[in-house]
Design a binder for this molecule. Structure first.
Ligand code: GLN
Length: 489
């Protein structure tokens, strides 16, 4: 059962081979057994999950179930869920029980899915290794001396160890794709504005986007169908007709299902910077795509090299503004001892935020300050435009861009923790996609030294259905995505 696709699970539920209560209990038992080793979940609430499962069973009995009814799903602890502790990986919100549901949570609820638990994450989604969480690091199920990636590392570790059939994540600079790559999962960041940010605790609002983390492109398509859609409570939500993101997956296709597809290979993705063992796997995947009928073209994204620098101005600028709301007054952590109001603010923030969050607030406040705004913030915005223009030019030459997701496989815990710049460079291939607002997906493409590596596909705006299909065709032809870590039977 734990290897079932979401579609197969839905069928088993419909045919009464298993009930939602039984399925949810099976995962709760696995969480109880394995989570102490992995620290992937921050909160489980069996009574609440089983209550939802029971309601789903009643719905299924009435014949009213949809594709996700009764299926337990883990949610990154950045999504507000009514009645659930919602910490965002921070001491600042360590006592915050959300009084409302994020739109993403509400949509899963309406579909009859079960909230299986809230997953660990880097504090306020700032990080690439899950080591900045106030609640301790998450360990990678493929090798527990290594990080699972971040910031959606808890969601990724949970799905990889089969402690959830699927999960949600958020991606501001790579936080869905990079942990997907390091944990052998498929994860998608949709086009900016496709999934509502309402109730998703804000990090960098112009970059943040929620998306699915699953074991296959087909599962991700199903999840995205339920996550996406216009929401008037998010001013950047896009009002577009609903679409079925899995619509291309079942189309009949011969031996060359991707004939006619043009894949762009950017020189900036295939130069130095990537570990050779990862590059070999990416090149083998490109060869597989040629077998599937795709044609490859050499392209260039000349401003790509500036993306990390631009991101580390823009993201902290927005974070410094978004995090100003945490003042210890209305909710969240408040320092126990203080002299007056100003002291209460200072001490609550000093004690409530961790080092990486403080670093971002300091950088962000600096780049937005009078006298530096033009030199840093405006300049970064100009680079952001150049990057978007690069992609626009590239998509006149090709349909999909391919490259590595991450420059290395999962690194050791502590390996980069003391060197923020090294940590920031682990997102060199993902960050430009957020700056441009494009959709991107990471999918498993093999193993190096027993550790999974990810292949990244980037598409033009609103081409999620095509990206999912391009990933799906590879998954029909290969078995990398079916491998699972042995230690978590
Ligand atoms: N690693 C990047 C950062 O630390 C991206 C994080 C994310 O996508 N949430 O900002």
């Amino acid at each position: 059962m734990i290897e079932h696709s979401l579609q197969a699970l839905a069928l088993s539920l419909k045919n009464k081979e298993i009930s939602s209560v039984e399925l949810t209990q099976l995962y709760l038992d696995r969480i109880a057994r394995y989570n102490p080793q992995l620290n992937a979940y921050l909160t489980v609430n069996p009574a609440s999950s089983l209550g939802q499962a029971h309601a789903a069973d009643e719905r299924l009995a009435r014949g009213e179930g949809g594709p996700l009814t009764g299926i337990p799903i883990a949610h990154k602890d950045i999504f507000c869920a009514k009645g659930w502790l919602t910490t965002c990986g921070s001491r600042m919100l360590s006592n915050f029980v959300s009084p409302y549901d994020a739109t993403v949570i509400a949509r899963f609820h309406a579909a009859g899915a079960v909230v299986l638990g809230k997953t660990n994450m880097d504090e306020f989604a700032m990080g690439s290794s899950n080591e900045t969480s106030f609640f301790g690091p998450v360990l990678n199920p493929w090798d527990t001396t290594r990080v699972p990636g971040g910031s959606s590392g808890g969601s990724a570790a949970a799905v990889a160890a089969r402690l959830a059939p699927a999960a949600t994540g958020t991606d501001t600079g790579g936080s869905i794709r990079q942990p997907a790559a390091m944990c052998n999962l498929t994860g998608m960041k949709p086009t900016y504005g496709v999934v509502s940010r309402y109730g998703m605790i804000a990090f960098a609002s112009s970059l943040d986007q929620a998306g699915p983390l699953g074991r296959s492109a087909a599962d991700c398509a199903l999840l995205l169908n339920h996550m996406a859609g216009f929401d008037e409570r998010d001013s950047t939500s896009l009002d577009r007709p609903a679409e079925d993101y899995g619509r291309e997956l079942n189309a009949a296709a011969g031996a060359r299902p991707l004939a006619g597809l043009k894949i762009g290979l950017p020189e900036e993705f295939f130069g130095e910077g990537c570990a050779p063992e990862v590059m070999h796997l990416v090149e083998a995947a490109v060869a597989e795509y040629r077998q599937l009928g795709a044609e490859t073209v050499a392209i260039s994204l000349p401003s790509m090299g500036l993306s990390v620098a631009a991101y580390y101005v823009i993201a902290p600028a927005e974070a410094s503004s978004n995090l100003a709301r945490f003042d210890g007054v209305r909710y969240g952590y408040r320092a126990p001892d203080y002299d007056d109001l100003a002291d209460m603010y200072c001490k609550s923030r000093a004690q409530g935020f961790g080092a990486e969050v403080k670093r971002r607030i300091l950088i962000g406040t600096y780049v937005l300050s009078h006298g530096y705004y033009d030199a840093y913030y405006l300049q970064a915005q100009r680079i952001r435009r150049l990057i978007a223009n690069d992609f626009a030019a590239a998509f006149r030459q090709c349909d999909v861009i391919i490259g590595p997701t991450s420059p290395s496989t999962a690194f050791r815990l502590g390996e980069k923790a003391s060197d923020p710049v090294q940590m920031y460079l682990s997102d060199i291939y993902t960050i430009a996609v957020n700056l441009a607002g494009l959709p991107g997906i990471s999918l498993p493409c093999g193993f190096a030294g027993g550790l999974p590596a990810g292949l990244q596909l980037i598409g033009d705006y609103f081409t999620e259905a095509r990206l999912l299909n391009v990933a799906h065709r590879y998954q029909l032809a290969t078995a990398w995505h079916l491998q699972r870590p042995e230690a978590f039977d």
